[in-house]
Ligand binder design. Structure first.
Ligand code: ADP
Length: 274
């Protein structure tokens, strides 16, 4: 399905080495949390990173990064910067209620502005927090942004996995490589040191196997994640030595490794001699 018939053109982002989308088939699985903490973890690996909140209708990056003001675009230089990350979100420009009434073409227009007219500078990675789901907005965005690949976030429950499958299918359709699947809220480690699989376990691995894409790892449930998200200081920044921050560092390592493989695979494609 395509909003207005024509397939959108991919935009060029010359200063940005890799654009990575973080996607989920449904809301509430921790996609924005993963996008934010993955961006911070990539930065901890020594990379220059930006984070673009493409969830126009429900931007959550401003709260997660502790920036609640709305700024005048005529007097403010974007992207903003927090914890060393370059940031852009519709939530910095308008109150969420305003964006809620926009129609598809407006959303596409603003996302194109975010990709092409915000001076991102030189970045190793631009992480894009996609809106949840697999509708027209997501499809248009995946066709417009010059994506190196996508990370799909799921939780272990069946409902989330069914939707994650739809996400995989969407990226296949638009020929964006899926870098892998990450299972969030996989398990909980109690004060007794024991691991509890609160929801079912292993669905993410199974889905990755079925789809023939890498499994990027499991992220535990940690109540501090929600607290950090609400107070604007993400867990990887606030508790860099916590077990979950370590899981995020390993995720960042896997993501950059997979991007490396994709880049090599593309470079090895033979050029057509006419
Ligand atoms: P989405 O972007 O998929 O809608 P969010 O990132 O907004 O989801 O996360 C939904 C809620 O779950 C938030 O309150 C967030 O803090 C919380 N959350 C996400 N991941 C975890 C986790 N691993 N442990 C505990 N809470 C989490």
């Amino acid at each position: 399905m395509q909003p207005h018939g024509a397939v959108p053109q991919k935009v060029a982002m010359p200063g940005v080495k890799h654009v990575v989308a973080v996607a989920s088939g449904k809301g509430g699985v921790g996609k924005s949390t993963v996008a934010t903490n993955l961006a911070l973890a990539l930065q901890m690996l020594g990379r220059k990173v930006g984070l673009l909140d493409a969830d126009i209708y429900g931007p959550s990056i401003p709260i997660m990064m502790g920036i609640s003001e709305v700024f005048d675009p005529n007097t403010t230089a974007f992207p903003l910067e927090r914890y060393g990350l370059k940031l852009m979100s519709m939530g910095f420009w308008v109150k969420p209620e305003t964006a809620m009434i926009w129609r598809g073409p407006m959303v596409h227009k603003y996302l194109t502005v975010f990709l092409t007219q915000i001076p991102w500078g030189e970045l190793d990675y631009l992480v894009i927090d996609l809106p949840p789901g697999t509708g027209d907005a997501q499809l248009t965005l995946t066709q417009t942004a010059p994506l190196s690949g996508a990370v799909i976030v799921t939780t272990p429950q069946d409902v989330s996995l069914i939707d994650a499958r739809k996400g995989l299918e969407m990226f296949r359709q638009v020929r964006v490589p899926v870098l892998g699947i990450v299972e969030n809220m996989s398990y909980f480690v109690g004060e007794d040191g024991k691991r509890y699989n609160i929801f079912r376990h292993g669905g993410g691995t199974k889905l990755a196997q079925e789809a023939g894409v890498p499994f990027l790892g499991e992220l535990p449930i940690d109540p501090r994640v929600a607290e950090c998200g609400d107070t604007g200081d993400p867990i990887v920044h606030k508790y860099p030595d916590s077990p979950i921050a370590k899981s995020y560092l390993s995720l960042a390592g896997m993501v950059s490794e997979q991007i490396g493989k994709q880049t090599e695979a593309t470079a090895e494609l033979p050029t057509l001699q006419l």
